[in-house]
Design a protein around this ligand. Structure first.
Ligand SMILES: [Mn+2]
Length: 371
């Protein structure tokens, strides 16, 4: 059996400008979690570590980021654990690539960076393993990262790394380094270690092809990532165990304020399940009671301390007690007149709908985003 630690999309050096003063803290946390990834590889005695792209958030990195990577890769070397890495879409192998500026292979003898334009491979006879990979040369490409992939040695295990998008009809952008299920199925690989999608996701069962997602929360990430501990069994089977190492969590709440009585009830809804390690994004929608005055900045300040970070976007609109016409605005006036006629001429549910439509319509005509 061979055990592999598969990680990707670590995005060292990512800026968390939306987090205010917590941004620096999360940048530090990325580094701490990266150390934790390496420590896990050592503790779990894996045979090899695979980094499937976007180790760095950008090709421009401060020296401490580079030093950290060299230090951690050398730590793996002390434990006789090799590392295979492909440049991703954030740290592509272009003319200003960090992999051209820094000689990682020279500074860490256990590291292999795939830097040929087409798929190339490295054989590890001790592990009975061959690893295949192709770097991303730029952020966008129409070429599949799995193009021409096939086993080229007599190893028992064949593992490919790729950084790109799995093809899903009408969802995947064509120039996003797209590869297809047929390519995975016909690849002849034992396992495919994928990067680029920021969540744990299995594209295929046979052979298994998985995204690990980022080990720690990074901007715009909506689902939790993990590192994958992959066991290649002598029987030919593959076992994939996601292990969540990240400290921060993220969720989104959409709250319809129409059912909410007062400010205290709204605060309680926003704060439900609050935690110091949670990044929460709240969107308020619907028509609020006339007495419910929402100030998102105030809510963020008052309730934010219970979270790692809280953002509140208000797309709700207070119900107007009485809609009055405005002499300057003809379209608005005509709308109010028509809707009031409809309200007068209807009853029951239809009347409720017409009343709501009047309120929403006014809010929209006033330039508010309520839908
Ligand atoms: Mn990424």
């Amino acid at each position: 059996m061979l055990r592999i630690l598969h990680t990707a999309d670590i995005h060292l050096g990512a800026r968390f400008s939306g987090l205010g003063n917590k941004g620096i803290s999360q940048r530090q946390q990325l580094k701490a979690t990266f150390r934790n990834v390496i420590a896990t590889a050592v503790d779990e005695r894996v045979g090899i570590v695979l980094v499937a792209g976007d180790l760095f958030d950008a090709n421009q990195q401060p020296q401490p980021s580079v030093d950290l990577v060299v230090e951690q890769f050398n730590l793996l070397k002390e434990h006789n654990i090799p590392v295979c890495l492909i440049p991703g879409t954030h740290d592509p192998l272009d003319s200003s690539s960090i992999y051209r500026k820094v000689d990682f292979e020279g500074r860490c003898a256990n590291v292999k960076i795939f830097a040929e334009e087409h798929i190339s491979y490295k054989e590890y006879p001790d592990l009975d393993l061959t690893v295949y990979g192709k770097p991303n040369l730029s952020n966008r490409s129409y070429v599949s990262p799995l193009k021409e992939l096939k086993p080229l040695t007599s190893s028992k295990f064949h593992v490919a790394m790729a950084h790109g998008s799995f093809y899903i009809p009408e969802k995947t952008a064509e120039d996003d380094h797209v590869f297809r299920l047929e390519e995975i199925r016909s690849s002849g690989m034992t396992y495919l270690a994928l990067g680029h999608w920021h969540e744990v996701y299995a594209c295929s069962e046979n052979p298994p092809a998985w995204y690990s997602g980022p080990p720690e929360w990074i901007p715009n990430q909506r689902k939790r990532g993990a590192v994958l501990l992959v066991s290649l069994l002598d029987s030919g089977g593959v076992n994939v165990e996601p292990r969540e190492l990240g400290l921060r969590d993220y969720d989104e709440l959409e709250i319809d304020v129409s059912g909410i009585q007062d400010r205290a009830a709204l605060e309680a809804r926003i704060s439900e399940g609050a935690s110091q390690n949670l990044v929460r994004k709240v969107t308020l929608r619907g028509l609020g009671d006339a007495g419910l005055i929402v100030n998102s900045d105030e809510l963020e300040t008052e309730l934010g301390e219970a979270f790692f970070h809280l953002s509140v976007t208000d797309k709700s609109h207070p119900t107007l007690a009485e809609v009055t016409e405005d002499g300057e605005r003809l379209v608005r006036n005509r709308f109010i007149k028509l809707m009031n006629e409809r309200i007068d001429n209807s009853e029951g549910e239809e009347k409720d709908i017409a009343e709501n439509a009047l309120q929403y319509g006014i809010a929209l005509l006033d330039g508010k985003e309520v839908l």
